[in-house]
Design a protein around this ligand. Structure first.
Ligand code: ADP
Length: 727
């Protein structure tokens, strides 16, 4: 090869090497730049991380300090708590769910007299063992083993009942243990020795006081009894002496002895009764008795003094309440005599009314009987009302002082009523009158409600003559109850105008203007032979009057229903009824009443008893639909809520039937309460009218009048309810 070629080759090699070098240099500087950038980025990151680390460090410091503080607080709280637990004088311990002691205060441990074994970690059963083994606890009648078993059983309960244990030294500890969350138990041992001792002392003191009080009452009872015997002699002899020939002066002395003796006897009897009750020596002697009769017997006793004052005595005995009960008639009579006697004593004009109500429960054979005695007397100032039930307490004021008495009557009555498991109350208005009431549970004497006595033969319409409205009302109700028609009037003159079609005249004796005896005379003078019964509060006086010859009977008033009915039966045969032409045979208005409730049926029946209708009851909707077809009523009273089929459904069924057969029977719904918005639903079922309960007689009568068909006679006279409301 030529030199030139060699040179050219070498030049080319050098150029290529130079280019490669340049290339590598460029790559190197690019890599360098990249590295520089990366280093810069790293540098930034390092700075950031450093800052973060610094932050975390401060945060850590803060948490550490706070934790330290919190720990300190917890320690302080724990120390304080433990200090408190230590200072309380009652025993206090915690147990874990394995029944091992976690901690206990010194009072708790003190009982164990520093026994090593009783310390945290000890099992509850071991504690019980130590208590018995060391004789720390007095297990009483229980053997140690049984006591421990009983205590262990108790401890295992989810919430053990507190229990009081007795220690060897006579101290009483009440253990109250509470299980907390996680099964821990907090156990408290309260030292109740003092209160137990105190309670014991109280019991003894009370027993002593009661014994003393009983001894005092027994002494009083004995003494009263001892005084009563000779006093009876004094009064009896004074009475005999009074029947002998005496000068006027001597008679005055004898009467005074007798009256004072009698007054003393009343006081002694009261004291005797009161002491007996207090000494718990008074026992009730239950036997069957007639309560209504009992009330009338008391009335008979009080009648003379009531008559002297011109007072009317009235009895309103619930028509549906039985009269025969099992109770202590003597004590019931005593309470009645007291309350009714007071009512007469503290009333100078007006009336005394005894009202007896109650609801018998045939199933249990019991009735709670309410008896209220209402008077129009002097009343009792409000602030004295409680006071008068205390023994020997009376209202101390001018008006009251004119009446004598011991002030024991109410105290005795109240205690007697309480003895009969009852209660007594009073409402009163000063100067207006009082009402003393009591209620007692009584066993029914005969399990049935009083049967309605048969309507006396031939007796249809009775004329009741009495100037006192309350009396007229009571008699009217009693007579209507047995199905008689009653015409009432307030005077003899009025009675004379109402004698047509009357089978019996029942007249009061004492009336302003013409009295009952004069009325009897006048009735006979008119040529009327209707039997007349006189109701008098003074029968013997009436019997001696010439007018008495016109009377069928003279009855003491007020009189028990049973007696009244008996007398009515005896009148029946006397009645010579003029042969009346048979009334034309027209059919009566037929009324169907759908009502499931027996009481409501009774109420309904009572409300329409004056109406001349043919009445049938359906006990549910199904029966109503059946009777609609078989009985063909002129109208239906339909209760809405009934079992089996309700009133709405029954009405719809009836309307369906009518669609086939034609016609439209008036249906009156009876709803339990005012219908709020439901009336649309009710009317939509095809009901024409509705009445809301409680049923009101004028409304029912109104419906009967309005819906009576033309071919039946009007069921009621037009003025019936107007007259009723006016009278
Ligand atoms: P007594 O009638 O013997 O005084 P009670 O214990 O029966 O004793 O009655 C206590 C008092 O209650 C009577 O004194 C009287 O002040 C008052 N009191 C009782 N009943 C009535 C009454 N019906 N009207 C007014 N006050 C009465």
């Amino acid at each position: 090869m030529s030199l030139a070629n060699k040179l050219a080759l070498e030049r080319r090699g050098r150029l290529a090497a130079e280019r490669l070098l340049e290339l590598k240099q460029a790559e190197l500087s690019a890599a360098n730049r990249k590295l520089g950038r990366h280093a810069a980025a790293l540098q930034g990151e390092i700075v950031e991380t450093r800052a973060e680390v610094a932050n975390v460090k401060t945060e850590n410091e803060r948490v550490k300090t706070e934790l330290g503080q919190a720990n300190q607080k917890v320690e302080i709280a724990e120390r304080r708590l433990w200090h408190s637990v230590q200072t309380i004088t009652d025993g206090f311990a915690f147990f874990n769910s394995d029944n091992r002691m976690i901690a206990a205060n010194s009072s708790y441990l003190a009982i164990f007299d520093k026994l090593e074994i009783i310390r945290p970690g000890v099992h509850y059963v071991t504690i019980l063992q130590v208590l018995t083994d060391e004789g720390i606890v007095n297990t009483g009648k229980l053997a140690a083993q049984d006591w421990r078993e009983m205590m262990t059983d108790r401890w295992m309960q989810p919430q053990p009942e507190p229990i009081t244990i007795r220690l060897w030294n006579g101290q009483y500890i009440k253990l109250v243990d509470r299980r907390g969350q996680g099964g821990d138990i907090v156990s408290l041992g309260l030292n109740i020795t003092e209160s137990v001792e105190y309670e014991k002392q109280l019991k003894t003191a009370r027993a002593e006081a009661e014994a003393a009080s009983r001894a005092k009452s027994a002494f009083l009872a004995n003494m009263s009894h001892e005084i009563r015997t000779p006093m009876n002699g004094v009064v009896g002899m004074a009475e005999l002496l009074g029947d002998t020939a005496l000068t006027e002066e001597q008679r005055l002395y004898v009467d005074t002895i007798k009256n004072s003796g009698e007054a003393l006897l009343v006081i002694i009897n009261d004291v005797l009764d009161y002491s007996k009750i207090e000494a718990k020596k008074l026992q009730l002697h239950p036997e069957p008795f007639d309560l209504e009769r009992c009330i009338h017997e008391v009335i008979m006793l009080l009648q003379p003094s009531a008559r002297d004052k011109g007072l009317t005595l009235l009895v309103d005995y619930d028509l549906f309440l039985p009269t025969v009960y099992v109770g202590d008639p003597g004590r019931v009579r005593q309470v009645l005599t007291n309350l009714m006697g007071n009512a007469v004593k503290f009333t100078s004009e007006g009336h005394v009314l005894v009202r007896v109500t109650g609801v018998p429960d045939i199933e249990s054979g019991q009735a709670t009987v309410n008896i209220a005695i209402e008077d129009t007397g002097i009343g009792i100032p409000e602030d004295k009302i409680q006071h008068i039930f205390g023994e020997f307490n009376q209202v101390e004021n001018e008006r009251n002082r004119q009446f004598d008495g011991t002030g024991l009557g109410l105290a005795i009555s109240q205690r007697l009523v309480e003895l009969m498991q009852g209660e007594m109350w009073v409402t009163s208005e000063d100067g207006v009158g009082s009402c003393f009431g009591f209620k007692i549970p009584l066993e029914l004497g005969n399990a049935e409600l009083p049967a309605h006595p048969p309507v006396p033969a031939g007796l249809r319409r009775v004329l009741v003559v009495d100037d006192v409205e309350a009396n007229r009302t009571i008699l009217r109700r009693q007579l209507e109850q047995i199905g008689m028609g009653v015409v009432t009037c307030a005077s003899g003159a009025e009675a004379l105008k109402k004698l047509d079609n009357i089978d019996l005249v029942l007249t009061d004796h004492n009336m302003p203007g013409m009295d009952g005896l004069e009325l009897a005379e006048a009735i006979r003078n008119e040529g009327c032979e209707t039997p007349i019964i006189l109701l008098s509060s003074n029968t013997s006086f009436a019997a001696n009057d010439p007018g008495a010859s016109h009377l069928h009977a003279i009855l003491q008033k007020p009189l028990p229903r049973a007696d009244l009915f008996k007398q009515l039966q005896s009148v029946g045969p006397l009645i010579t009824r003029k042969e009346e032409p048979e009334p034309p045979k027209v059919r009566k208005m037929r009324v169907l009443a759908a009502e499931d409730n027996k009481t409501n049926q009774l109420v309904f029946r009572k409300m329409v008893k004056d109406a001349d209708i043919d009445l049938k009851f359906a006990a549910n909707g199904i029966e109503a639909v059946e009777l609609f077809q078989s009985f063909v009523p002129d109208m239906i009273f339909m209760d809405i809520s009934m079992p089996k089929m309700d009133g709405k459904e029954a009405t719809m069924k009836i309307r369906e039937i009518e669609e086939g057969s034609g016609g439209h029977i008036p249906i009156v719904a009876l709803t339990a309460h005012a219908m709020d918005g439901d009336d649309q639903g009710i009317l939509a079922s095809g009901i024409d009218h509705y009445l809301t309960k409680p049923l009101r007689k004028p409304e029912i009568h109104g419906m009967l009048r309005d819906l009576c068909p033309p071919d039946a006679p009007p069921p009621l006279p037009d003025d019936d309810d107007a007259a009723l409301q006016a009278g």
